[in-house]
Design a protein around this ligand. Structure first.
Ligand code: PLP
Length: 396
């Protein structure tokens, strides 16, 4: 392995973070509150088009707070996308509640309205409607919000939008993350912008957001001494990290343009290869293309997903399978699950065929050609002399 490592989705600094941190240090605001936290929240609320935002220590913490605010407790059911990272569902367990997993549909790879409807009908019949529905926007792609919201409204069940991967994505003219009773974002190191670790809870329910601030800072009652009446958490973000978040938010549009351009280059350089197709873009949306994901038809490509992953690994290229559906995880053994159709399990098929390609906004064109060459060589043999259709270079 002589070539340098190509990562899946590494952090990409703007150059302004260092000054922001230095200023925060000089002002001595090294606390889990401060002017950068307030400003970061306002900027995220404005960007997302919601009334209020609360900055927290992680996306997972934001989901947990949302469930707590909705009163999810032991024995309650919560519907959740099955094709997602475990962080979407772990907070259901924190509350002692029971996840019910919902399959994906083919156009968005996100929650199937059809499966969701079936799950609602069944639970209404049994008199056990869920307390909340967690809808994930996978790899930057928005779920079919109109259909999903109509169903949630019909059954009067609040929706939490897990937009950890879809910051900056637009669905029918509005920002991803703004559609649920609560929306959550993540600023983990692999996300489209990062604070190294951090998250954001957003909502138009300002009273609930006041409550979120209270719960996220140990639920301290207003009293001269330390007085506590309910269970709280230590979930606020530090002023230092919020300063990094603000510097990152400034370049978000550039990061989206870069990731979309990376997707276009993969698409135009690999779409003619037998057995390769790409994640679609849902109609009336603009995805941030957080990760570029391709599907392999092993029969047509005459190579397996695992052989391709191994070949990329040998070339020091980090590529990953699509998230393993949560209903297949040992952690959630025995949990209820609704498939898209009786004999059509979309998330399982995507898991079997999908490969997430290096998609960092700082990926260079030379690195991307290395990835493309490796894939073409595996499928077509030595085609290294071939010239690629490269649609112009994004700005790094
Ligand atoms: C990253 C991620 C989260 C969790 O965010 P953290 O900030 O890492 O806690 C939740 N849901 C999805 C879909 C994610 O990709």
């Amino acid at each position: 392995m002589t070539d340098s490592r190509i990562f899946l989705s590494p952090p990409h600094l703007s150059g302004k973070e260092e000054r922001a941190i230095k200023e925060a240090i000089a002002s001595n605001w090294i606390a889990p509150l401060g002017p950068h936290v307030d400003a970061f929240e306002k900027e995220m609320a404005t960007f997302t088009g919601v009334k209020s935002a609360v900055a927290v220590s992680s996306g997972t913490a934001a989901i947990h707070l949302a469930l707590d605010l909705l009163g999810v407790k032991e024995g309650d059911k919560v519907f959740c996308s099955t094709l997602t990272f475990v962080a979407s569902a772990n907070p259901i367990l924190y509350q002692g509640a029971e996840p019910v997993f919902i399959d994906s549909e083919p156009a968005s790879w996100n929650i199937s309205p059809r499966a969701l409807k079936k799950a609602f009908q069944d639970s209404a019949q049994k008199g056990t409607l869920p307390k909340a529905v967690i809808v994930v926007n996978l790899y930057g792609q928005s779920a079919k919000m109109d259909e999903i919201i109509a169903l949630c409204n019909q059954y009067d069940v609040p929706m939490i939008e897990d937009a950890a991967e879809s910051l900056g994505t637009i669905y029918r003219g509005a920002a991803s993350g703004s559609f649920g009773r609560f929306g959550i974002f993540s600023f983990n190191g692999n996300k489209i912008i990062t604070t190294s670790g951090g998250g954001m809870l957003v909502s138009n329910d300002e009273a609930a957001m006041e409550r979120a601030r209270f719960l996220a800072s140990q639920a301290r009652d207003p009293a001269p001494h330390y007085q506590h009446s309910v269970k709280g958490y230590n979930y606020r973000i530090s002023n230092l990290l919020a300063s990094v978040g603000r510097a990152q938010l400034e370049v978000l549009e550039k990061r989206i343009a870069a990731r979309r351009s990376i997707f276009d280059i993969y698409y135009h350089s690999l779409s003619d290869v037998p057995g390769i197709t790409f994640m679609p873009e849902l109609k009336d949306t603009k995805t941030n293309r957080w990760l570029s994901v391709m599907l392999i038809n092993e029969t047509e490509a005459r190579v397996t997903v695992s052989q391709l992953l191994q070949a990329l690994h040998r070339q020091n290229i980090e590529a990953r399978p699509v998230w393993k559906p949560l209903h297949l995880q040992p952690l959630f053994k025995g949990a209820a699950y609704y498939s898209h159709r009786t004999n059509e399990h979309v998330a399982e098929s995507l898991f079997a065929a999908g490969i997430c390609l290096p998609s960092g906004s700082n990926l260079t064109i030379d690195q991307q050609i290395r990835v493309i060459t490796c894939i073409r060589q595996m499928i077509e043999g030595d085609m290294s002399k071939r010239s690629y259709l490269i649609l112009g270079k994004h700005e790094v």
